[in-house]
Design a protein. Structure first.
Length: 181
């Protein structure tokens, strides 16, 4: 869940460095994170970039978990997906993609995450208009894929891989597997 917040506008390898620092300091816990000052947290997550903004967002998220769920992730997991999503969207700095990443990857809830890679691939192949809303894209996937955690997880991972290997900012269309179909 921390990774979902730290990965905003940042490459995952930088997020991994920040998470590693938090792990080394035994701070990947809502109650422990809540005891830190913003300036202390900023230093620890510096590799993730935009660390002052992200420290504020992490603190808001930590306060949310501590206030609503007594700092217990297991208690969060018991909540209905729709309720959790609405609650997450009220937390400062958590938008749809971040909320859905927390739900899918952190809480094992079956929801499809639409990220920049998904948008890039599907707009280039004319499935969606470039201005399509997050919710309309998400609805398309959730109506057309089996609604399971495993499928949503795997499908999203495959899209990330496709985007990183072929559908880059400068696309590699001539070697792309989709174009071979």
């Amino acid at each position: 869940m921390v990774g979902a917040i730290l990965t905003q506008n940042t490459a995952w390898n930088n997020v991994e460095k920040a998470i590693s620092i938090l792990k080394q300091n035994r701070l990947l816990n809502p109650k422990k994170l809540a005891k830190l000052q913003k300036s202390e947290l900023s230093v620890l997550i510096k590799p993730s970039g935009f660390y002052n903004i992200k420290a504020k967002r992490l603190m808001s998220f930590t306060n949310f978990i501590n206030d609503k769920y007594s700092g217990r992730i297991e208690k969060m997991k018991l909540q209905k997906l729709s309720v959790l999503r609405e609650q997450l969207l009220t937390v400062n700095g958590i938008g749809e993609e971040t909320a859905d990443s927390i739900l899918l990857y952190g809480l094992n809830k079956p929801i499809f995450v639409v990220d920049a890679y998904t948008r890039r691939i599907f707009t280039r192949h004319d499935f969606f208009n470039a201005r399509a809303s997050y919710s309309s894209m998400q609805r398309f996937f959730m109506q057309n894929l089996p609604k399971t955690l495993k499928i949503y997880n795997e499908y999203h991972a495959l899209l990330v891989r496709l985007a990183k290997d072929f559908c880059r900012t400068k696309p590699q269309c001539s070697t792309c597997l989709i174009n071979a179909l």
